[in-house]
Design a protein around this ligand. Structure first.
Ligand code: CA
Length: 406
């Protein structure tokens, strides 16, 4: 190996994720995370080792690189894996190829034109339905037939590390029929993963479940911030609006679908049987361990949730097939959120709404405080990794601090 990779690093030789970084003397550009370092792809391109137009690596987002297609982007990934492991490779002994991640700033990896958020965890949908409606009818009649989703807001998606302001809005006080205006009192995170599409379709075209993976470039961690009190008042009859669009955070490194291939597993059994356009073959879920930590201002982080992406009832190929079955076109760089990823255990719930069960079971923090929802000064950190046969492929983290409303 021509660079040291710490054991247990998320960014092992099996990973090779793509992102956009800058340093004090390097403009934003494409890079690959490896161990504690970043391999500067513009510096690699200067060695004349790539046979495509490497101007795409100097862009401030990866959309043009992704648009080269998997044939090329997968080859770049494979070549880098090979070069890093070969002591005599084209990269060996060349100066200026690596920078420390700690010395770099990460940027949004792609320009996101459209953002869709699904609602595909049966445990999450059941928990929310139980809290807000009748526990006996927690799931809506459509839920097991349709990968339910809605169109979100792309403009407010930001990269890990950016602070957010507590949102303000309308809420309806308990036992009142007159709304009030002010900072949300029920700010929440949603533990999600997102996939980023790597190929366009034309209006009128549909993507089958069998072809869907060709259209998925890779995945990120997603914190889909939610203001529960605003949501509760506004969501009938058309669904989420200002409770969701004030900010969502993504992790900076896009883990390719190919890097995740070895972690495929079967998803939960789908019963009743889905309509033919949602049928699929093979293992389409992924065993990705997820956790959420809360670090109150000035104190140690406390992990409050352990979940797993493999719990998802609807898989990504079904989500994309459903999204396009009516002819809706997709673009390179679009983001598709999984929906909050909850498991069966109480410590696997992917939101404060569920973990503290609508405020009835506050979480005890190490500093002695309690949390029903997220407080000002709290930093919320999400992490994810897959591991099998000693091979680890991780996402790093998506982290963000909440500042008081202005
Ligand atoms: Ca969501």
């Amino acid at each position: 190996m021509i660079i040291n990779i710490p054991e247990k690093s998320d960014f092992s030789i099996h990973n090779i994720p793509f992102g956009i970084f800058s340093t004090s003397d390097r403009s934003p550009r494409a890079g690959v995370a490896i161990g504690d370092h970043i391999l500067d792809l513009v510096a690699v391109a200067e060695l004349d080792v790539f046979d495509f137009n490497t101007a795409v690596l100097e862009k401030e987002v990866l959309n043009d690189f992704i648009s080269l297609g998997k044939e090329i982007t997968n080859k770049v990934r494979k070549d880098i894996q090979h070069w890093l492991q070969d002591e005599d490779s084209v990269l060996a002994g060349k100066p200026g190829l690596f920078v420390l991640q700690s010395a770099a700033q990460m940027h949004m990896p792609v320009y996101i034109g459209d953002y869709t958020d699904f609602y595909s965890s049966i445990e999450h949908a059941t928990n929310v339905g139980t809290m807000f409606r009748d526990p006996a009818k927690a799931l809506m009649p459509n839920w097991k037939h349709i990968p339910v989703g809605y169109h979100g807001r792309a403009s407010s998606i930001v990269v890990s590390g950016e602070d957010i302001l507590r949102p303000k809005g309308q809420t309806l006080p308990k036992d009142s029929d007159t709304p009030i205006f002010g900072p949300s009192q029920r700010l929440d995170f949603e533990l999600e993963m997102g996939f980023i599409t790597g190929k366009n379709t034309n209006l009128g075209e549909s993507i089958s479940t069998g072809d869907a993976e060709d259209y998925i470039f890779g995945m990120v961690l997603l914190n889909d911030w939610s203001a529960r009190d605003i949501q509760k008042w506004e969501y009938v009859p058309l669904g989420p609006f200002l409770a969701k669009n004030f900010a969502s955070h993504i992790s900076p490194w896009i883990i390719t679908l190919e890097a995740l291939d070895q972690f495929r597993v079967s998803g939960p059994e789908q019963n009743p049987q889905v309509l033919p356009y949602l049928e699929f073959n093979g293992e389409k879920n992924y065993d990705i361990n997820l956790e959420v930590g809360i670090a109150p201002e000035g104190t140690e982080e406390q992990v409050v949730c352990h979940s797993n992406f493999k719990f998802m009832y609807w898989n990504m190929t079904q989500q994309l097939a459903h999204h396009t079955v009516n002819g809706c076109n997709i673009n390179i760089g679009d983001l598709y959120g999984s929906g909050t990823i909850s498991g069966k255990d109480e410590n696997s719930y992917g939101s404060m709404l569920e973990l503290a069960w609508m405020g009835t079971k506050p979480l005890k923090m190490k500093d002695g405080s309690e949390r029903k929802f997220i407080q000002d000064g709290d930093t919320v950190i999400m992490r994810g990794y897959a591991e099998k046969d000693g091979k680890r492929v991780g996402f790093g983290e998506v982290s963000a601090k909440v500042l008081p409303a202005k």
